[in-house]
Design a protein around this ligand. Sequence first.
Ligand code: AMP
Ligand code: ZN
Ligand code: FE
Ligand code: FE
Length: 282
Amino acid sequence: MDSAGTRIGAPADLHLHSTHSDGTETPAEVMRSAHDHGMRTAALTDHDTTTGWAEAAAAAAALGMGFVPGMELSARHAWRSVHVLAYLFDPDDAAVRALTTRIRSSRQTRAREMADRLARDFDLTWDDVLARTAPGATVGRPHLADALVARGIVADRGAAFADLLRPDSDYYVALWAPDPIDAVRAVVAAGGVAVVAHPAGRGMLPVDVLEQMIAAGLAGFETGHRENREPELTRIRELVRRHDLIETGSSDSHGAGKDNVPGEFTTAQAPLTRLTERARGA
Ligand code: AMP
Ligand code: ZN
Ligand code: FE
Ligand code: FE
């Protein structure tokens, strides 16, 4: 039971973004949308921030829906961007706060540098990016994409990501993020549960790194996600079996910012119960 007494039941969508990072809906709207799509439980997992939790928790309670506080923590292994879903950790934990503060600061510097590079070739300013980013939100490439769209330079976020914002573009700047093993350690030390987001996409982590994350306390993998593919998913499922890990499924909806629809992948009752029982944080 959460504080409002609402049961944490399946189906659950445990990966949703709001305007506190790069989603297009407020936390309350995200919860309403998950509820409208038949979810009995939803998590808010904005990038590198927990500022949306209170609003989302209140909205979920009002809807009679279970709420799992979460965050998608940025990490990096060499050139690979790695996303660690962190659930039910203590949002006041000093080490996690230090990490997310540093990541968000790097995101700010990096977004500004990317905007400056784009401004050399296009009619785009840093103010355009700020205008597309909610105050206090974790900034990311989707906000640069929205600024490009607003200026009529590209048609939509997808077109921006397909070209100007790609990692191999001259306009791309990498952000600082912790090693994924350190990221898992920090989440677990804060009483939370760590799950690798979309683990079987392009640029899957080497299995030995994943094994080290498991040794550091990684709880599971988001095997239900539209970006997962074969043969990588089979490798991930072998790890799940070998280490008896939790499998989640989620949409990674960003509202109107992506095609992903709440509830397109969901987490079943057994893994949901295991996940919540493993937490010692929030
Ligand atoms: P960043 O965190 O700044 O590197 O940007 C990555 C974010 O952009 C991820 O959270 C994705 O959800 C989002 N993203 C990636 N590809 C696309 C796309 N084709 N369309 C819309 N959003 C995307
Ligand atoms: Zn995102
Ligand atoms: Fe992600
Ligand atoms: Fe995400």
